[in-house]
Write a protein that binds this ligand. Sequence first.
Ligand SMILES: [Zn+2]
Length: 97
Amino acid sequence: MRLPRTTKILGYEVSIRYKAKLGTIKDPSFGEYDPNTKTIYLVKGMQINRKKEVFIHEYLHAVQDVGCIKISHHGIELMSICMLQLLNDKKIKLWGG
Ligand SMILES: [Zn+2]
């Protein structure tokens, strides 16, 4: 899966970038969304299913931000797991992966 450098969400351009590490030593993370720069960050080198799940999770944070809606973090986790299941069950590919 080769993600594009940008994607549009509700008319906003959201960037997608990779980093070697995210989070802190005590609390590492695989992905982050920065609402100030409208950028999704993903850790480099993730296994495909993990990468999809993290991307969908951060994508939903971006939807929450640009859509000005409140979703609990638990809600985002639940929706990202369900969306990944749907993609896998229906063999839907995201950008070729
Ligand atoms: Zn999150």
